[in-house]
Write a protein that binds this ligand. Structure first.
Ligand code: MD6
Ligand code: FE
Length: 203
């Protein structure tokens, strides 16, 4: 595996996971989950998404993958990033500036997220920091080429995963979310938060 990939198992204790899921539910009430569409084909993702922070990641048929300051359906600014997210970043990201975007993904049981590289950010010296909440997910991380060998691991509720350094532009994805493996989320499923820097760092 490439250097710079870190899996912090059980970073958030169960009581903290409860606080985080309440924050996520509040954010979703302000900025509803939407289903992004693939560029060109317009095929919908199976994962639903929303964001908080100054910028949010969106995708649709005509505009493709991008960051923007407003929700694609409500046209409102994204909600502020909760302080606890900024504290996590300060603790683990080894980056001199705060994150600008937090993408919030929701996976119903059985949903997957195909292998991809997070490359829509102009700043890739900063890592992407992810938090898993709810049901267990099988995550894969490979190399810089799609065909490179992959390592698979289970991301559990409360885990933090970091793609930094050489692994920042590695292929990765979610093979599947395993149903009824956590009781954190009423109705089941999994939330994943990814904290990102988008614009160039002042350095
Ligand atoms: C997920 N995660 O865990 C999908 N991206 O649901 C990601 O796509 C991801 O975990 C960048 C860095 C860490 C990640
Ligand atoms: Fe990703």
């Amino acid at each position: 595996m490439l250097d710079g990939f870190t899996h912090l198992s059980g970073y958030f204790a169960p009581s903290e996971q409860v606080e985080l899921i309440k924050m996520v539910q509040k954010l979703v009430a302000q900025a509803p989950l939407f289903r992004p569409k693939m560029p060109r084909s317009g095929k919908p993702f199976s994962v639903k998404m929303t964001n908080c922070g100054e910028l949010g990641w969106v995708s649709d048929k005509d505009g493709g993958y991008r960051y923007q300051a407003t929700h694609p359906e409500t046209s409102r600014a994204w909600p502020r990033m909760p302080e606890r997210f900024l504290e996590l970043w300060a603790d683990v990201a080894d980056c001199p500036a705060d994150p600008e975007a937090c993408l919030i993904n929701y996976y119903a049981a059985g949903t997957k997220l195909g292998s991809h590289v997070d490359s829509d950010e102009a700043e890739t010296r900063a890592p992407v920091v992810s938090v898993s909440l709810g049901d267990d997910a099988v995550f894969h991380v490979g190399g810089l080429k799609r065909s490179d060998p992959k390592t698979r691991l289970v991301l559990k509720s409360g885990d933090v995963a970091i793609l930094g350094g050489e692994s920042r532009l590695a292929y990765h994805g979610i093979d599947r979310v395993m149903k009824e493996t956590s009781e954190l989320i009423g109705g089941g499923g999994r939330f994943n938060l990814t904290l990102r820097r988008v614009t160039p760092l002042p350095m």
